[in-house]
Write a protein that binds this ligand. Structure first.
Ligand code: ADE
Length: 334
């Protein structure tokens, strides 16, 4: 029933054509935290740039990060690159087909491993992400907190039990599709193929029950565009830090909006520079992990670039070729 519904209603998505283990792996990692419509052009470009595991493994990390620019959570891109290198070193460039081997690859967790086993190798496995959890918490009317390990296990077992014996990979993807298109946070139970058997349909809008989310920490940052003879001062995020491998302009953390005099003093104290103020841009908000940063851009000009440890002067024309964090990229385009 669910399988029939999926065959008749599934969206036409590029990774569903020719679901090789490699294409499943890449698409599923892109789809974590990102909607399918956003992923499509990234996926298509990725497959042109890195059509197989070996090409990805031998690409530069900068090229991989650049192809990911805008998708966020860049550790996913670094893990794909590292994972591809591990597959070349340990499995001769072929994505392995057992749970144990897949779990040994960097960045692969139970969800992605099950997706690869199911869609890529057509094995019996149920990938359960947040959307599928929502579908199943409703279908089985699970009133417990779905963030608890024991409840997660129960949901994973429920998902497995629903897989049909002959085409388990179809049911597995149907559950994902249902969560993305019908059993959404605001559910459309009237058109749901499972509405006859759904135990939670009267309470669907109240399920699943989750931990209350932590509030985002608010940040205010003065972001400095400092130019000198056509070059602009930027910094590449350090490995292991939040913005690793992404470029940003220099910035100061402020408790409240600083007057321009205070910003000039801070530039002198931090960088030993005395640039001239030439303007101020509109503020930009940027949300990442558990922070919401409001960026206040200030524009300065200096007669000659001076070397500053940890920073680079980059030709203004070349800035757009670098991968920037999304907030700073918006400032670049202002
Ligand atoms: N989200 C996660 N996996 C997906 C898939 N295979 N198709 C559509 N959306 C998804």
């Amino acid at each position: 029933m669910l399988n029939d519904w999926f065959q008749n209603h599934k969206r036409d998505l590029p990774w569903r054509a020719d679901p090789t283990p490699y294409r499943v792996w890449i698409s599923e990692v892109m789809l974590q935290q990102t909607r399918a419509t956003v992923v499509i052009p990234y996926f298509e470009k990725w497959m042109r740039l890195f059509p197989d595991v070996a090409t990805l493994a031998h690409a530069s990390l900068d090229a991989v990060i650049k192809a990911w620019e805008g998708l966020g959570y860049y550790s996913r891109a670094r893990n794909l690159h590292k994972g591809a290198q591990q597959i070349v070193e340990r499995f001769g460039g072929e994505i392995p087909s057992t749970r144990e081997e897949l779990m040994s690859i960097q960045g692969l967790g139970p969800y992605t491993v099950n997706a690869i086993l199911s869609f890529g190798f057509r094995k019996r496995a149920a990938p359960v992400d947040g959307n599928v959890t929502r579908v199943l918490a409703r279908f089985f009317a699970i009133e417990d907190n779905v963030c608890k390990q024991a409840v997660k296990r129960k949901i994973a077992q429920g998902a497995e039990a629903l897989l049909t014996p002959d085409e388990p990979w179809v049911t597995a993807e149907a559950l994902i599709e249902l969560g993305a298109t019908i059993c959404t946070p605001r559910p459309r139970c009237e058109i749901c193929p499972l509405n006859k058997n759904c135990l939670g349909k009267e309470r669907a809008h109240l399920l699943p029950i989750k931990n209350i989310e932590k509030e985002l920490t608010q940040l205010k940052r003065a972001v400095l565009w400092i130019e000198a003879v056509g070059k602009v001062l930027v910094k590449k995020g350090e490995p292991g830090k939040i913005m690793a491998d992404l470029y940003e302009f220099p910035y100061f953390e402020m408790e409240e909006l600083w007057p321009i005099q205070k910003i000039k003093k801070a530039i002198l104290a931090e960088f030993g520079l005395k640039p001239q103020v030439i303007g101020q841009g509109p503020q930009v908000t940027h949300t990442f992990t558990r922070y919401k940063a409001t960026l206040f851009p200030f524009k300065f000009r200096l007669k000659t670039p001076q070397e500053i440890v940890g920073y680079e002067w980059v030709e203004q024309n070349n800035l757009s070729k670098l991968p920037f964090s999304s907030g700073h990229r918006r400032i670049l385009h202002l």
